[in-house]
Design a protein around this ligand. Structure first.
Ligand SMILES: [Zn+2]
Length: 148
């Protein structure tokens, strides 16, 4: 199982890690598993980190059961140690948006009693799109769109 370093330090952008598994996906990409990682996966409405392991670009990071798999265009050597690096600007952007969502949710709750029941941040059409869903006291659903 991968040690998730991002749980201990959200400002850790790189580490050294050993490849524990490397399997080819149906689409020709490779699923890389590490002994530890700084990559946050697609989870809880938050988009994953992107970056690199060694010289190979990592385009996605996803949970599969208890496993955490990094999607790579090329295979990596099992047992070898690599430099793991995430895109710092992307991580900081996502973290700021997440904090902003909590501030907006607090304001909506204080002003209208609306309760946040979910949010999604996605990179689509060359820009970040955020969707917030708030529940009003009388079970009236709000859908609130904000784009950057
Ligand atoms: Zn949150």
């Amino acid at each position: 199982m991968t040690e998730r370093l991002y749980l201990e330090d959200s400002h850790l952008f790189n580490c050294k890690a050993t490849v524990t598994a490397c399997e080819q996906n149906a689409d020709g990409t490779y699923a890389i598993e590490l002994d530890k990682t700084v990559f946050f996966p697609n989870k809880g409405g938050q988009p994953c980190d992107t970056g690199s392991i060694g010289t190979v670009n990592i385009t996605s990071c996803d949970e599969k059961g208890e496993r955490l798999l990094h999607t790579a265009a090329a295979p990596l050597n099992i047992g070898a140690e690599y430099e793991v690096q995430i895109d710092k600007e992307r991580r900081m952007d996502i973290m700021r948006q997440h904090t902003g969502e909590h501030i907006l949710s607090w304001a909506a709750y204080m002003l209208f009693g609306a309760v946040n029941v979910g949010s999604t941040v996605r990179w689509t059409m060359q820009r970040w799109t955020r969707t917030y869903r708030w529940m009003m006291p009388r079970a009236k659903k709000w859908k609130f769109w904000l784009t950057k």
